[in-house]
Design a binder for this molecule. Structure first.
Ligand code: HEM
Length: 216
C-alpha cells in the first residue's frame, strides 16, 4: 500500500516537475530580446539617381537657383563661380557667371583645352541648352561627345538668368565610363572654366581660366 502510494507520489512529482520545466522554457523563450535583423543593403545602382542631400541639408534641384546649403563647395574665379558637391556616384555642379551668354567648365584638360570634357550651357530666354563636349585640340574645336562616338552624360540640368548673371546647374556621373569623360577622382581635380557673351556654343569666351575642385 505504502509502496503504491509512494510510486504514485513519485509519478505525480515527475509530472509536476516536467510541466514546471516546460513552462519555464516557454516563458524564457518568450522573454528573449527581439531578433536583430540586418537592414537590407541600400539597393542604389550607379544608374539610379542618388538623391542624397548635401550636409547643408538642402536637396539638389536643377532649377537654376543656387540655394544656400544646396552645394557644399564654392570657388570664385573673378566673375565666374563654381559650386559643387558629390556623392559616391555623381557630381552636382552649379556654375554662375556675369554674362547673358554661355558658361562652361571642363575636366581633364591636358594642354590648354585639349582632351577636356567640357560642359557648356546657356539660357536663351526660352530654354536651357547644355552640351557635353570634348576638346580635340589645344584651343578646340570641342564637338559634342556624341559626334565622336561618346555618350551624352549629363543626367539632369537646368538654368536661369538673374540680374545679368547666367546660372547653369547639372548632374553628371563621376565616371561616365568612356574616353571622352575622364573619371573625377577623390581629391584634387583640375578644371578649366570660361564664359562667353553669346548664346551660341561656337563663339569664343570673353573670360577663361583654370582651377581645382576637390572631390570628397
Ligand atoms: C567656344 C569656343 C571656344 C573657342 C573658339 C576657344 C578658343 C580659345 C583660344 C583661341 C584660346 C587661346 C588663348 C586665347 O585666345 O584666349 C583659348 C584658351 C583657353 N580656353 Fe578656349 N575656346 C573656346 C571655348 C572654351 C571653353 C568652353 C573653355 C572652358 C570650359 C575654354 C577654356 C580655355 C582656357 C582655360 C584657355 C586658356 C588655356 C591656357 O592658357 O592655359 N575655352 N581658347
Amino acid at each position: 500500500m505504502f509502496l503504491l502510494t509512494s510510486h504514485r507520489y513519485h509519478r505525480s512529482l515527475t509530472k509536476y516537475l516536467f510541466i514546471l520545466f516546460a513552462v519555464l522554457i516557454i516563458g524564457l523563450s518568450a522573454c528573449q530580446a527581439p531578433q536583430q535583423t540586418t537592414p537590407a543593403a541600400p539597393s542604389t545602382s550607379p544608374d539610379q539617381p542618388s538623391a542624397a542631400a548635401p550636409v547643408g541639408g538642402v536637396p539638389w534641384v536643377a532649377d537654376g537657383i543656387i540655394t544656400p546649403g544646396e552645394y557644399l563647395n564654392h570657388k570664385a574665379f573673378g566673375d565666374f563661380d563654381i559650386n559643387w558637391y558629390n556623392d559616391d556616384h555623381y557630381i552636382y555642379i552649379g556654375m554662375k557667371a556675369k554674362t547673358m551668354g554661355w558658361v562652361a567648365v571642363g575636366f581633364g584638360a591636358e594642354t590648354f583645352m585639349k582632351n577636356a570634357n567640357i560642359v557648356q550651357g546657356y539660357f536663351n530666354g526660352t530654354k536651357v541648352e547644355v552640351a557635353d563636349q570634348y576638346s580635340v585640340g589645344n584651343f578646340g574645336p570641342h564637338p559634342d561627345v556624341t559626334t565622336l562616338g561618346g555618350t551624352y552624360s549629363i543626367v539632369d540640368y537646368g538654368g536661369k538668368q538673374v540680374d545679368g548673371y547666367t546660372i547653369i546647374e547639372f548632374k553628371r556621373k563621376l565616371d561616365p565610363g568612356d574616353q571622352y569623360h575622364k573619371a573625377l577622382v577623390k581629391g584634387t581635380n583640375n578644371i578649366i572654366w570660361a564664359y562667353g557673351s553669346d548664346n551660341q556654343f561656337l563663339i569664343k569666351h570673353i573670360s577663361r581660366g583654370t582651377g581645382e575642385i576637390i572631390i570628397q
